[in-house]
Design a protein around this ligand. Structure first.
Ligand SMILES: [Mg+2]
Length: 267
């Protein structure tokens, strides 16, 4: 059963399509952060995007007037590195198809970048992917390396277009190896469970706020969280109505969510 808005003590929030779109802040984004801080509601921003580090995301949002810190951001890159650290010791060789944000998180935990001889292949969104990178990762997986994906989003939304996402690169490696990766990002539970642990949060008191049905709402539902959808991003209210899993709350935008939340607290 969904938790009432006034009983929510922790909030996991998606970023793109919720707080901003592209480089434009969405209405109510800064106000929501101030509201949560003022009410002592703990929160984490959770993104499947592994290309930037939390510090880089924080800087980007601060420039848009959204006052968040690096420590308040969980990327699929961070979650993947954390996950790997639970199954492999520092010094383990990892082959990466991915960008700087992902490599930085893995190196921070002592993993060593490697080629075909790697014990793990970690694949995220890589806008400079080449045949050579796919070939090395394929050979490593065929040699027995464990295959991990940061997230399986097939597309990556720009302000007006959809371009290939991490899932499209994973698809190439799946085709070449016939191996399915362990996926860390939403809607898989690994990233959300890490967020709950980090906040020391109980599921019954935690909500997930997002704009996308097949990652945010499905992931939150699977993790046993209350789900809140805003229609300022990928999916519309009509698409939500047609989806097999319904968000517990649906709002047109953040100001509408804030108004309902304030009213619930005032009652
Ligand atoms: Mg989103």
């Amino acid at each position: 059963m969904a938790t009432k808005l006034d009983a929510i003590r922790n909030l996991l929030m998606d970023m793109d399509g919720v707080l901003y779109r592209g480089h434009t802040p969405l209405a109510g984004a800064a106000e929501l952060i101030h509201f949560l801080r003022g009410r002592g509601i703990r929160f984490l921003l959770v993104t499947n995007n592994s290309t930037l580090t939390p510090a880089q995301f924080a800087e980007r949002m601060q420039k848009m007037g959204i006052p968040v810190e690096a420590e308040e951001i969980m990327t699929s890159g961070v979650a993947t590195a954390e996950y790997l650290a639970t199954i492999a010791p520092p010094g383990t060789k990892v082959n990466v198809v991915g960008e700087g944000g992902l490599i930085a998180e893995l190196e921070k935990r002592g993993f060593v970048m490697a080629g075909r001889e790697a014990q793990f292949v970690v694949c995220g969104l890589d806008k400079t992917v080449t045949y050579e990178k796919l070939k090395t990762a394929t050979l490593a997986i065929r040699d027995g390396a464990t295959f991990i994906g940061t997230n399986a989003d097939k597309t990556y939304p720009l302000e007006k277009d959809l371009i290939p996402g991490a899932g499209s690169i994973l698809a190439a490696l799946i085709a070449a190896t016939d191996v399915q990766p362990i996926v860390v990002g939403k809607p898989e539970p690994i990233i959300l469970e890490q967020c709950l642990r980090l906040l020391g949060a109980r599921k019954e008191e935690t909500a997930l706020l997002g704009d996308r049905l097949d990652t945010d709402i499905l992931g939150g539902h699977r993790a046993g969280l209350t789900t809140i959808m805003v229609t300022t991003g990928i999916h519309t209210a009509e698409e939500a109505a047609a989806y097999p899993i319904q968000p517990d709350y649906l709002f047109a935008d953040l100001p509408a969510l804030l108004a309902a939340w304030r009213q619930a607290l005032a009652e």
